[in-house]
Design a binder for this molecule. Structure first.
Ligand code: PGA
Ligand code: ZN
Length: 426
């Protein structure tokens, strides 16, 4: 039984205030979770409650913390800690807005996640085991890790937001991390030698001073080669274009390339990259409002390439079903704070898998030491995990939690389909 719900103002990896919630039970169990925050958010996302005004650029969360300590605590006290579905439903109803803006998406997701932690603790189980219920947990998800950052996370130095790698040939999760560490180091050396290293972007990937997106792709390919792992076979490229950030209504502005293109022009450019580079996954290749072009792109992409919807579907089950029917995308990015409760996150995941889509559980660009998503990945059997770069403790906290879980669940990585990669794999 829930005895106390405590909201607390803490800080995220961008030095911005965010919401932590702690739930205590009458039996002495405790669960705690922190809300993350996006920068390149989809328009369909649950809305964080921010105070506005002048303090911290209007981003303070005292109002959201107050809704936890007030209305939410009041509503949850005395309720059974293991009633995740009922309590999540109650939070949505209590908020009453549809986009969770009254109590705050940040207040609600931190509460929902803290509840799962408290229920697991009260059952004496690790969170992943509690989440798996009667089902088989794991295996450890396959990591998708950022090497270079751009887009909204690096002042638009390049248009593309994430240049990532997936160690598709790694036999297990720990080895996937080893290989990624090699690539990250190699990329840093290449950038420093070329005088192109500007710093690090929001998620800890290198912030390169490149003049074109292709230069960044070439650098990433050279880094994979220099790391000693075979491009494509061992380590493949994954991209998050985050196209909603540079276009609406089928018009896209490429800041670095200095030109405006339409949906077909953008698709053609990206399909060219898929033919030239060992890319296995491409996220938000077109804008969230450009579903028809998104569907044409998905159809035109080579077999075996993941086309991921993030801003397109915002972890929203009906929206995933709608895009699946259109053929827009074939994989859903799963970010709990996009939809606002764990129950709705699970529904989005189940909808994606039922439609034959893949799924990637993902952190946000604004993160903390909270590692809940790693437990969701293992407990719910989500095949892939996206957390940002391979530096900075808000990222490493998640990768390292995966290493701990790898001692308890199967570590085999869930590889994407390996047939018919476009760069000539037999
Ligand atoms: P965000 O970026 O957390 O800023 O939305 C991550 C992503 O686009 O996948
Ligand atoms: Zn994205």
């Amino acid at each position: 039984t829930i005895d106390a719900v405590i909201g607390r103002r803490v800080w995220d990896s961008r030095g911005r205030p965010t919401v932590e919630v702690e739930i205590r039970t009458t039996s002495g169990a405790m669960g705690r979770a922190i809300a993350p925050a996006g920068a390149s958010t989809g328009s369909g996302e649950a809305l964080d409650r921010r105070d506005g005004g002048s303090a911290f650029a209007g981003l303070d969360v005292r109002g959201a913390v107050a809704s936890v300590n007030g209305e939410i605590a009041e509503a949850l006290k005395g309720r059974p800690v293991d009633d995740q579905a009922g309590i999540d439903r109650g939070l949505v109803e209590l908020d009453g807005t549809g986009d969770k803006s009254r109590l705050g998406g940040n207040a609600i997701i931190a509460t929902s996640m803290a509840l799962a932690h408290a229920a697991a603790a009260s059952a004496g189980l690790p969170l992943w085991r509690h989440l798996a219920g009667e089902g088989e947990p794991g295996p450890l998800p396959l990591p998708e890790i950022q090497i270079l950052g751009g887009g909204a996370h690096a002042a638009r130095r390049v248009d593309v937001q994430d240049f990532m790698v997936i160690a598709v040939g790694a036999p297990d999760y720990p080895t996937a991390l080893d290989w990624t560490a090699d690539v990250y180091r190699a990329a840093g050396r290449i950038l420093a030698d070329a005088g192109k290293l500007q710093g690090v972007a929001d998620e800890g990937g290198f912030w390169p001073a490149f003049d074109s997106n292709e230069e960044a792709l070439d650098c990433l390919l050279r880094a994979i080669e220099a790391s000693g792992h075979a491009p494509g076979d061992d380590v493949a490229i994954a991209l998050d274009i985050a196209a909603s950030d540079f276009g609406t209504g089928g018009r896209y502005t490429l800041a670095r390339d200095g030109r405006e293109i339409d949906s077909d022009g953008l698709s053609e450019m990206l399909l060219g990259w898929l033919a030239k580079y060992p890319v296995v996954s491409i996220e938000d290749p077109l804008g969230e409002d450009d579903e028809e072009a998104f569907a044409r792109f998905t159809k035109a992409a080579p077999a075996g390439v993941q086309v991921v919807g993030d801003d397109l579907v915002t972890t929203n089950a009906p929206r995933i079903a709608q895009c699946a029917a259109l053929g827009a995308g074939n994989t859903a990015l799963i970010k709990p704070n996009q939809i606002g409760t764990l129950s709705e996150t699970h529904e989005a995941l189940e909808t994606a898998l039922a439609k034959g889509w893949g799924a990637i559980v993902s952190a946000r660009s604004g993160e903390t030491e909270d590692v809940t998503i790693v437990h969701l990945g293992v407990g719910w059997g989500i095949p892939q995990l996206k957390v940002g770069s391979f530096t900075r403790s808000e990222r490493m906290a998640k990768w390292n939690e995966g290493l701990r879980l790898a001692e308890q669940v199967p570590t085999g990585t869930a590889l994407p389909p390996r047939t018919a990669y476009p760069w000539g794999r037999k």
